[in-house]
Design a protein around this ligand. Sequence first.
Ligand code: AMP
Ligand code: ZN
Length: 466
Amino acid sequence: MALRFYNTLTQTTEPFSPAQDNTVRMYTCGPTVWNFVHIGNLRTFTSQDILRRWLQYRNYGLQHVMNITDVDDRIIQQAVAAGQSIYDYTDIYTKAFFEDTGKVRLQRPEIVSKATDHINEMVALIQGLAENGCTYESEGSTYFRIAKFPEYGKLAHLHFEGMQSGARVDTDKYEKDDARDFVLWKARKEGEHFWDTPLGPGRPGWHIECSAMAMKYLGETLDIHAGGVDLIFPHHENEIAQSEACTHKPFARFWLHTEHLMVEGETMSKSKGNFYTLRDLFEKGYSPEAVRYLLTSVPYRKQLNFTFDGLRSAATAIERLRNFELRLKTTKFPDGDNPAFDERTAKALAQFEEALDDDLNTAEALGAVFEYIRDANTAIDNGDFKTANRQNADSFLQKFDQVFDVLKPTVSEHALSDADIDALVAERTAAKKAKNFKRSDEIRQTLADQNVILEDTKEGTRWKRK
Ligand code: AMP
Ligand code: ZN
């Protein structure tokens, strides 16, 4: 079956292909850069990396825009507390975001756009909405009038018919006509960063930035819009209202939402002491690949329960994958071909692809890989895996890694390069031959100190990084 995604908008799983040419136009809500990225954020961003890689695997081009929210209430407060401008303050966390996400191998979107660089676009969009009669001003701020957009609620599947417009229910902020109305432009407050614009001095509300930047770079209708489930309402609902009230065209064809990450069965929070940034996990000695593996192992629409046991199991799973890769590379297989085993490889690849085509079912895709490795190891043990079977097996493993990207160990900047290690291993072999055991032991120790493990086999010395 063809590639398909669950669409929050239609609440069904639909076949996916881009609307124009071969390029997928995609927008994902990026980080609010007021702190280091935490593992909850990271789950959502990692699921979007799998989405990117799977679209590329299926030979689509990508035009992916991600925003950086570099102005909001928290940022303003924190910057004031730190005695910095919002630019200096957010610059630190924007850089840290790319450093951290780079470590877990998230591809950088084609376009990364900062909210503060797009104030003019936001103002123009608000002016367009004003011309369509969808806004009103109150106490220097501009609001979106939900009553002007009858389809409001269509993404979150909320029904507001029972609610009287203008009834001022459920709110203690009486400056709005309707509780659901949301701010597009916030009036300047003393001591806060502001921009002087035709809308008056102030700053943008959060929702408008995504509509303005998405449409600037991707056009009026996106193929995919994605984010965490917490963004469905009101953020994405408001994005739809603002964009569609302006263009009268569907804002996004597919809406993909990633479920939340929990920690040991509970929501993550600083007060519970179960709040982790990626940096916390690195400090505890976990590898970026283990974190990446754990985050991708559960399909994005299922809640992920993060545990340290899970993180250790992820490291073990990666070990199995790498051991298999090493075995494929270094074993001297019996000559010839075993067509039955090539068929087994083809079946595994088909299962892997079908699982990811099915709304990115990563758990099933991994299941197919591990079942295959088990069968391949048995075939190798029994002599049923022949020299000519190696190529397909290796190609399958590389295809897996194109998406999951966990096979290559992260090498620290100070570590030995592969070539250095090869040279030391060769030197050790020569030293052993010359019965210079002092030198050969020394080399083994040097490599062990660099987390390189040697294994002497009939076919020579293999090495791997721990
Ligand atoms: P923020 O930096 O708060 O704007 O959030 C960035 C992204 O992380 C958004 O797509 C959120 O939906 C997502 N997110 C926040 N908390 C979690 C969580 N616990 N699990 C999964 N995704 C989350
Ligand atoms: Zn957004």
